[in-house]
Design a protein around this ligand. Structure first.
Ligand code: NAP
Length: 281
């Protein structure tokens, strides 16, 4: 068997086209969606992510502001900027690129973002909404995975779903979204025993581990949908958490690059549009 490669780049381009149309209509009615992105420090990966987010804003017809602050910026100064953006009516979404330098509490900064402008959906209020299934914003990476599954007609209902990774950003909300869609979900982590056996039971296997080629072909059930969230650099080359040889066993597989990655930023644009639409009401 050779897996169908799930094309996140093509789906992303389609969704961004739809967002652009809606953003144009909203702008014509007096509200141009606006996103502020804050970067503290000089982490090269974060610089790339921020640049890609700026490009996506331009592609979707959004207004965007970028704040690049030195690594030694105080927590107080960052909180003041976030609060100022919270009051700015032309900004509908605020994103503070993580990770932040060690002297700044990420939780304090996230909590300072008004929930209605929290387009990453990391604020505890939004996390709570996701838990109870009543949400405005979905966390971008898991939301992108759900759009990919939908686009390829893969319905989690009644399926055995396994998520490897339990981070607040990916693993936990991913499991929750699959559960909302009636999947039977298992979350694995570094203390899980018998992980390979659990993975082999999965109809939908999501890898969000952060270890290159962690999922090997023998861990995949024949015909399963395998979603590779990982973004790892090995000898300067981007690679996922799933060994590409798993394509010989899986029914569907997201490539890295070109799978989940582009969808994540597109979901950020979707959340920003939604925030602007709500503000315009
Ligand atoms: P993270 O916070 O480091 O979490 C990694 C998770 O993997 C943890 O829950 C950890 O378990 C688990 N894990 C680590 N080693 C393991 C092992 N040997 N066996 C089983 N589980 C293990 O990472 P993250 O932020 O969730 O990101 C995960 C990956 O996705 C990274 O490669 C990241 O770059 C990528 N990512 C991609 C996108 C995208 O748009 N494509 C977005 C976000 C993240 P413990 O909890 O027990 O430590």
């Amino acid at each position: 068997m050779s897996a169908v490669l799930m094309d996140g780049k093509a789906l992303s381009a389609k969704v961004r086209g739809e967002i652009l149309e809606k953003a144009r209509a909203l702008t014509a009615a007096g509200t141009r969606p606006g996103l502020a992105v804050i970067l503290v420090g000089e982490d090269p990966a974060s610089q790339v992510y921020v640049r890609n987010k700026e490009k996506a804003c331009a592609e979707c017809g959004f207004y965007s502001e970028k704040y690049v602050l030195p690594a030694e910026t105080s927590q107080q100064a960052l909180l003041e900027l976030v609060e100022e953006l919270g009051r700015n009516p032309s900004i509908h979404g605020i994103l503070c690129q993580l990770p932040l330098p060690a002297h700044i509490s990420e939780q304090a900064v996230i909590a300072a973002i008004p929930p209605e402008k929290d387009v990453d959906a990391f604020h505890p209020a939004n996390v709570g909404h996701i838990m109870i299934g009543d949400f405005d914003f979905l966390p971008c990476t898991p939301a992108g995975v759900m759009e990919l599954l939908d686009a390829y007609g893969i319905d989690p209902k009644g399926k055995r779903c396994v998520v490897i990774g339990r981070s607040n950003i990916v693993g936990k909300p991913m499991a929750m979204l699959l559960l909302h869609r009636h999947g039977t979900v298992t979350i694995c982590h570094s203390r899980t025993q018998g992980l390979a056996d659990i993975c082999r039971e999965a109809d939908i296997l999501v890898a969000a581990v952060g270890r290159a080629h962690f999922v090997t072909p023998d861990m995949v059930k024949p015909g399963a949908a395998v979603i590779d969230v990982g973004m790892n650099r090995v000898d300067g080359k981007l690679c996922g958490d799933v060994d590409p040889a798993a394509a010989a066993v899986a029914g569907y597989l997201t490539p890295v690059p070109g799978g989940v990655g582009p969808m994540t930023i597109t979901m950020l644009m979707k959340n920003t549009l939604r925030a602007a639409e709500k503000a315009a009401r």
